[in-house]
Write a protein that binds this ligand. Structure first.
Ligand code: MN
Length: 297
């Protein structure tokens, strides 16, 4: 669990002393107005906004976003008015907190894809400042990390909303590590059984798969050396939720999902990149696994 001092230390590396001071003030203010409130887990409520601020500090967000993160539940859950935030921390911060509160008030309760799409559009349109969405995503990420404390029905609702609404938004914004974590957490809370079985299968197959990844990487490396192309090659297994989606969408069993490996090949220029693409194509053109999937890491 993080403390305010950890956050201060972290943001001091890239924010001015004045900005850091405002962040400390926001924390004290938030802790005071949330005083006596607890999360379902029993922790003092302020731990949650503090963790949300941490997630955003890891992304090196500006001080207004971090202050808004520390105060993001204040309008919704305490007697604090927007005007008071505005007076203490400025109009931008007040607008951010207000924007996050408005998003929080909407709950999503349909699985229809069309509605999910409308909902995503509405969320994006309501936030004319993209930082509102970033705070909301960080809020959701921390709620998903601690989702185990909720009742099963609430847990499922949050998980489904996460997979259908927030994962696509994170993906659209290019926030890859947040997207992956939301996917894995959403998958394991929405489908605990499927998640457990797949984890077992992947673990069982892993030894075998590690060898395959090494083999592919070695032949790539050999070939690129022959062509005198300096490149960095990174191979990995695809994530559980990605494999699951493939199985679900194509009606495949675990053993039928072939493109569970992804390779990233980093070269100096776009020209060389296309040459590498050609080389890969000739190396594996007879293989069933589609070549285009080799590079979408
Ligand atoms: Mn929150």
């Amino acid at each position: 669990m993080h403390q305010i001092n950890d956050l201060v230390r972290q943001v001091s590396s890239y924010l001015t002393p004045y900005q850091v001071e405002k962040i400390k003030q926001a924390y004290s203010f938030g802790a005071r107005v949330h005083e006596g409130q607890h999360r379902v887990s029993g922790e003092p409520y302020i731990y949650h906004p503090l963790e949300v601020a941490h997630i955003l500090a890891d992304m090196h967000m500006d001080h207004q976003t971090l202050i808004a993160a520390l105060l993001h539940d204040v309008i919704e859950d305490t007697a604090t008015a927007k005007q008071e935030i505005s007076r203490k921390f400025g109009k931008s911060v007040a607008e951010l907190v207000d924007g996050v509160s408005k998003l929080t008030q909407i709950t999503f309760d349909s699985v229809a894809e069309a509605q999910a799409q409308n909902f995503r559009k509405m969320l994006m349109a309501m936030s004319n400042d993209i930082r509102v969405i970033l705070v909301k995503l960080a809020d959701r990420l921390h709620n998903m990390r601690t989702v185990a404390v909720f009742r099963p029905d609430k847990r499922r609702r949050i998980a489904r909303e996460t997979l259908e609404i927030y994962v696509p938004i994170a993906q659209r914004l290019g926030l890859n590590s947040i997207r992956l974590e939301l996917e894995e957490l959403g998958f394991s809370s929405l489908y605990p059984m499927r998640h457990r079985i797949m984890t077992e299968q992947v673990t069982k197959a892993r030894g075998h798969r590690k060898e395959i990844i090494d083999k592919i990487r070695n032949s790539l490396r050999r070939r690129l050396r022959q062509e005198k192309i300096p490149a960095q090659i990174v191979g990995r297994e695809k994530h559980l939720y990605g494999i699951y989606q493939k199985m679900r969408d194509n009606g495949l069993s675990f053993n039928e999902v072939y493109d569970v490996y992804a390779f990233r090949i980093i070269v100096d220029t776009v020209d060389v990149c296309y040459r590498v693409y050609g080389i890969i194509w000739t190396l594996w053109r007879t293989h069933r696994s589609t070549d285009s999937n080799t590079g979408n890491g």
